[in-house]
Design a protein around this ligand. Sequence first.
Ligand code: APR
Length: 178
Amino acid sequence: MEHSRISIIKGDIVEQHVEAIVNAANNSLLGGGGVDGTIHKAAGPGLLEECRKLNGCATGEAKITEGHALPASYVIHTVGPVWKDGKHRENELLSQCYHNCLRIAKKYGLRTIAFPSISTGAYRYPVERASRIAISEIVRFLGSDESIRNVIIVCFNDEAFRCYSAALDEIPEHRTNM
Ligand code: APR
């Protein structure tokens, strides 16, 4: 969906030529598997060195570093909630991740940012629910901000691509079959 300031693509987030990519990190910010591992591998050891100085990150919060060897100039690290049962503020915390990443991007004057599907891998957040929360927070934020020009959601598998595309299609001004 390219019709607006939000685009959904399938691909690898480390290859995105945007100003900032978002990392789905853990509370230590010292790397891990999944997209966290791929980003650290592509960015090189300088990223971990910089992360060591950040003293971790609370769930729902976000912290920014340089992009190091990545094409992106910055990495915004956020820690999504681990899915339990939907009764432990998972929705609220996931929404906070997207909000805080966008808030930092705006503060740094960034115009393009790419997100992975936060919490839907090792943290087992159901991707259909997560996609609706992500899209509604991104749309809400962009509704009150003109500076961020393009938010890209980089899906690593077909299921995520389908869910995020469907979630975007549910937003009236983005509906493609008008
Ligand atoms: N580009 C884009 N998306 C990716 C990539 C990639 N290179 N690699 C994985 N993904 C996708 C996964 O398919 C999933 O849809 O990112 C989404 C998030 O999955 P995880 O990386 O497992 O992240 P998350 O579920 O938030 O769990 C975070 O996993 O890697 C550890 O250190 C991390 O402890 C933290 C936990």
